[in-house]
Design a protein around this ligand. Structure first.
Ligand code: ZN
Length: 644
């Protein structure tokens, strides 16, 4: 997922999880590999295959139907399987008759009702669904759960036609990482369980359904769609979108799904996707997922991108017209190796997904667009990490973060991304590119389709790099990266001469010795971002006006540059750009771009009045996660439970 640079607005929100496993934070050692955010009894049952048969009702905003779970029984004496659910209505649970009655059952397709109950809900984890099963010596069993979603399902966003780009048809999408899948499917919602899946999705016949599975670009719109995901994936990667989508090919195994008004620009922007896959394969080993398509989301999509396998979901705010923001695609694609192929076993290990991916993203960007562009991005990202570290308590600056009794969403600060990337860059620099690349390819091969802990990574690292080439990096140095706060003193930090020039130009401009008309004529987007982000806290209206007149910043087509400009606008209360600010907040729901603006607006009485008025208008169009985040900023305390 690409959500970084989110402010740490949730950090203070300690949670009271009433559920097992109730190990009080700080009072005991973390059990590595134990998922503190799932109720599933994975030591007794392990789901290996999921079959969905679901109806999507865009008018009533519900998904209803049946999920079939096929699981391995690890404990013949176990009499209850426990699943994760949140805000779901469970209508019925059945078990395959041959699993209950043995050979006396009449046929394979005969099902028997099983007793079940939902435990008391926890505000974060939801309700455990406990299903009684007879003890059995069978190794594989199946159950079917008849269920429906409710209006509060956090992973689902239902858009009215007016909230879409095309404005004619409703739209639904899921965004589940880390633990949202349990709000639309009852299952073992933990990344350490991997399952293949099949799905039959029924929709109105005038819309198209796509999933994180095999999508046929030539499929006809019938309202009945079938999907197969033959590779085992963790639950957070099961994803669905339904809308008035069109498809455009961009390469032999790549293409773009988007609404009609966006499809042409999207295909042009993402034309280099095939080159990115080729770069990834050259560096990290084969791409193992068949096709790679991109789904361009409605503007309300709360994150930059989501690495749903075979079909990344990507915010439309990266379509700038000049490919300047496509590092988000490199990021989601890189997850095809780090995250989707080798997955974090628990959310404490999220840095194995995101740190690796940030590093891989940078390698792919270097390969396709050159060293200069990749190093500019790395410097911008390092600055974001430093900003984030300044606001984080030392415990949360560790790569392997203690999330016991807390929302696993807290795993996704800058730290796992950028500090994780710095650790890999450090190993790369210390051992040399050739040795490190061999290590990386071996790592992806060795752990392919497995979910692993930080400790498993450490052991593999030790055997295949640290001990193979002794005397370069010690085990203790790696542990310090993973567990100590801050950036280690011997980190290898990125530098960019293209950005150093920008520092010089900014100083000259601030000193009055550079005409704005002569500024940055050949700059790329990253240089503009860096130029604006590095401005002093206060600027005069006259200077802002001169900048805007020379460069049309208020009308920038680049959502990142626009964001940096609007930060200056808010900080300096520069009224001529407030109409644009209002439009920006009302049309974009990507948290990284809007959260800092709301935070800064709330610092002054007039800004807070503006924020409240605009938010009231924008709120119905935001995703539930964005609503929760902005509620906590604009109307803190109004909805204590919902603010999570
Ligand atoms: Zn990511």
């Amino acid at each position: 997922m690409r959500i970084s640079r989110m402010r740490w607005y949730l950090a203070g929100a300690a949670l009271a999880c009433g559920a097992p496993p109730a190990i009080a934070a700080d009072s005991s050692r973390i059990d590595p590999g134990f998922d503190y955010h799932s109720y599933a009894n994975v030591d007794q049952f392990l789901v290996t295959h999921i079959e969905l048969d679901l109806r999507v009702d865009l008018d009533f905003k519900t998904i209803s139907g049946v999920v079939g779970l096929e699981f391995k029984r690890l404990d013949p004496r176990a009499t209850q399987i426990v699943l994760d659910t949140k805000d779901l209505t469970i209508n019925d649970v059945n078990q395959r008759a041959t699993d209950v009655l043995g050979a006396t059952a009449k046929s394979q397709t005969f099902w028997v009702s099983r007793p079940f109950h939902l435990e008391k809900p926890d505000p974060i984890l939801g309700s455990a669904l406990v299903i009684d099963l007879p003890p059995s010596r069978k190794s594989v069993e199946s159950i079917r759960i008849d269920y429906e979603t409710t209006a509060t399902a956090a992973a689902l966003q239902w858009l009215t036609p007016k909230q879409t780009a095309g404005r004619h048809k409703a739209f639904l999408y899921t965004q589940a990482e880390p633990i949202g899948t349990r709000t639309w499917i009852p299952l073992q919602d933990t990344p350490q369980v991997r399952a293949t899946y099949k799905a039959e999705i029924h929709t109105p016949s005038n819309v198209l359904a796509v999933m994180s599975a095999g999508n046929d670009p030539k499929v006809k719109r019938t309202g009945d769609y079938s999907f197969v995901m033959p590779q085992p994936i963790p639950s957070y990667l099961i994803a669905l979108a339904v809308g008035n989508l069109e498809f455009k090919e961009t390469g032999p195994r790549t293409g773009v799904y988007a609404e009609k008004p966006v499809i042409k620009a999207a295909a042009k922007e993402f034309a280099d996707t095939e080159s990115m896959i080729a770069a990834g394969e050259k560096l990290f080993g084969p791409y193992r997922w068949g096709r790679y398509d991109i789904l361009v989301m409605p503007p309300s999509f709360p994150v930059g991108g989501m690495e749903n396998p075979r079909l990344s979901f990507v915010t439309p705010t990266v379509i700038a017209g000049d490919k300047s923001l496509v590092s988000v695609v490199a990021h989601e694609l890189a997850h095809s190796w780090s995250g989707n192929l080798v997955t974090n076993a628990t959310w404490r290990d999220a840095w194995l997904n995101e740190g690796f991916t940030a590093y891989l993203e940078s390698r792919i960007m270097t390969q396709v667009y050159g060293e200069q562009r990749a190093s500019m991005q790395a410097v911008l990202d390092l600055r974001s990490l430093r900003d984030a570290l300044a606001g984080l308590n030392p415990k949360d600056q560790a790569l392997a973060i203690d999330l016991r009794d807390r929302d696993p969403e807290l795993a996704f600060s800058e730290v796992p991304y950028e500090k994780g990337r710095l650790l890999l860059s450090y190993l790369d620099a210390k051992f040399g590119r050739d040795r490190f690349d061999t290590f990386l390819r071996g790592y992806f091969e060795h752990f392919a389709f497995k979910s692993i802990t930080t400790e498993q990574f450490n052991q593999y690292l030790e055997e295949n790099l640290l001990e193979r080439f002794p005397g370069i990096v010690t085990h203790e140095q790696v542990l310090a990266w993973e567990n100590a706060p801050g950036i280690p003193a011997d980190a290898v930090l990125p530098v960019s001469s293209a950005l150093s020039q920008v520092d010089d130009a900014r100083s000259a401009w601030l000193g009055g010795t550079l005409d704005p008309k002569k500024l940055g004529l050949d700059w790329v987007a990253q240089q503009w971002q860096y130029f604006l982000d590095g401005m002093p806290a206060e600027l005069k209206d006259v200077d802002l006006r001169r900048l805007d007149q020379a460069y049309g910043l208020t009308r920038s087509a680049n959502a990142e540059i626009e964001h940096s400009w609007l930060e200056l606008v808010v900080r300096n209360n520069y009224q001529p750009s407030f109409a644009r600010l209002e439009e920006y907040l009302k049309t974009i729901g990507r948290r990284k771009l809007i959260t800092p603006l709301y935070l800064d607006l709330m610092k002054t009485p007039s800004g807070s009045e503006f924020a409240k008025r605009v938010y009231a208008l924008a709120r119905p169009g935001y995703h539930p996660d964005t609503v929760a985040a902005i509620d906590a900023i604009v109307t803190p305390g109004a909805d204590a439970e919902g603010s999570q």
